[in-house]
Design a protein around this ligand. Structure first.
Ligand SMILES: [Zn+2]
Ligand SMILES: [Zn+2]
Length: 365
């Protein structure tokens, strides 16, 4: 297959500024590969990157949720990764060294010298480090997973939020059959957490959200949540107590962004000896009314979660390939590459009368 000389990409050149560019496609050596993007998921953090809130280099190609088809691959990479030209793959977000202490300790997502797709500058050759583009470079240290090529790309690309659901709501808190789980925040990662907890056999899944989240809370119930709580119009602590027969939840997962109130509530929602997973970032705000004594007296495990590792992605891909869950119900929007800004702003509720849940960019190749 002959490759084009360049790839169209949307490049972030300044806060709130994305510019179309053509970026030369590099020679692919023995250890690397080139991915033709089939779909790029839009993440809440894409908005923060767009705003310039995250320490992101500019110019850079955003997009860290890539699904694509291998367009070129070196012989050594093909042997090492077990994939070849024409295979559909999901690409992990982080590029780790696989040799430092955290990597060798089994926590490659905490690598001392990790790089993250979409946060690598255009000036770092070959520049194609994000999936707001037709093509993306597969670094020798990238991690790829084969995905059934017959799944629609906008569905297969859900491996990313679903992977987060499996890692944050099941793997880390060790959610198992019979458990009661409260999921705070009904966005794509909260909904993915509902699906993952269902798969894990949780007996009682409760999702909290705001009044504006009505549609997403309804979707949560459709995906298997036993109850939902509107924290603005109900007394959340009392409701959770009622819904857990006064005991509290075994596991509480916070995937809400920006608001810090859910963390204070989580401490009241969780049972004695229970686990709280904090996976939503809050813009480095301190938490008013945080009483650490409650953590001590209830012997709560407070656990942070950043990113997803291979086991989470594998569970997500298996679930998608099984086609047994109506995940497509949370896919709301497809956008072209040129519409990247619209895609970001639709997720961030900046577009009057429209809001996305799961959405993606589909390049016209
Ligand atoms: Zn993401
Ligand atoms: Zn490392």
């Amino acid at each position: 297959m002959s490759l084009p000389k360049s790839s169209f990409a949307m490049v972030q050149t300044a806060p709130r500024k994305l510019e179309p560019m053509d970026i030369p496609i590099p020679e692919i050596d023995d250890d690397a590969g080139l991915l033709r993007i089939d779909a790029c998921g839009i993440c809440g953090s894409d908005y923060e990157q767009f705003e310039g809130a995250l320490r992101t280099p500019m110019p850079a190609v955003p997009g860290h949720e890539p699904l694509g088809t291998v367009a070129a691959i070196g012989d050594r990479a093909a042997a090492r990764w077990g994939v070849d030209v024409g295979d559909r793959v999901a690409v992990e977000t982080m590029i780790s060294c696989h040799h430092c202490e955290p990597c060798l300790g089994g926590s490659y997502h905490l690598c001392n010298s990790r790089r993250i797709y979409s946060y690598i500058p255009l000036s770092d050759a070959p520049g194609l480090w994000g999936s707001y583009a037709q093509y993306m470079y597969l670094d020798p240290n990238a991690v790829v997973h084969k995905v059934d090529a017959s799944l629609p790309p906008e569905i297969a690309v859900m491996f990313n939020p679903l992977g987060a659901g499996f890692r944050w709501a099941v793997e880390i808190p060790e959610t198992g059959p019979g458990d009661t789980v409260v999921i705070m925040g009904p966005g794509q990662r909260g909904l993915s957490s509902v699906i993952a907890c269902r798969e894990a056999g949780a007996a009682n899944i409760i999702v909290t959200g705001l009044e504006v989240d009505e549609r997403k809370l309804a979707l949560a119930r459709e995906f298997g949540a036993d109850a939902t709580v509107d924290v603005q119009n109900e007394d959340p602590v009392r409701r959770i107590r009622e819904l857990t027969n006064g005991r509290g939840a075994d596991v509480v997962v916070d995937v809400s962004s920006y608001a810090v109130e859910p963390i204070v509530q989580a401490i009241d929602f969780v049972r004695m000896g229970g686990t709280i997973v904090l996976a939503g970032v809050k813009g480095f705000k301190p938490i008013p009314d945080f009483i650490s004594d409650k953590v001590v007296l209830k012997e709560i495990t407070l656990q942070g979660a950043i990113g997803v590792t291979s086991s989470g992605y594998k569970n997500a891909i298996r679930l998608l390939e099984s086609r047994r869950h109506p995940v497509e119900r949370m896919h709301t929007h497809d956008f072209s590459l040129a519409e990247a800004e619209l895609a970001i702003r639709t997720l961030a509720r900046e577009i009057e009368g429209d809001e996305s849940i799961h959405s993606c960019l589909i390049p016209e190749n």
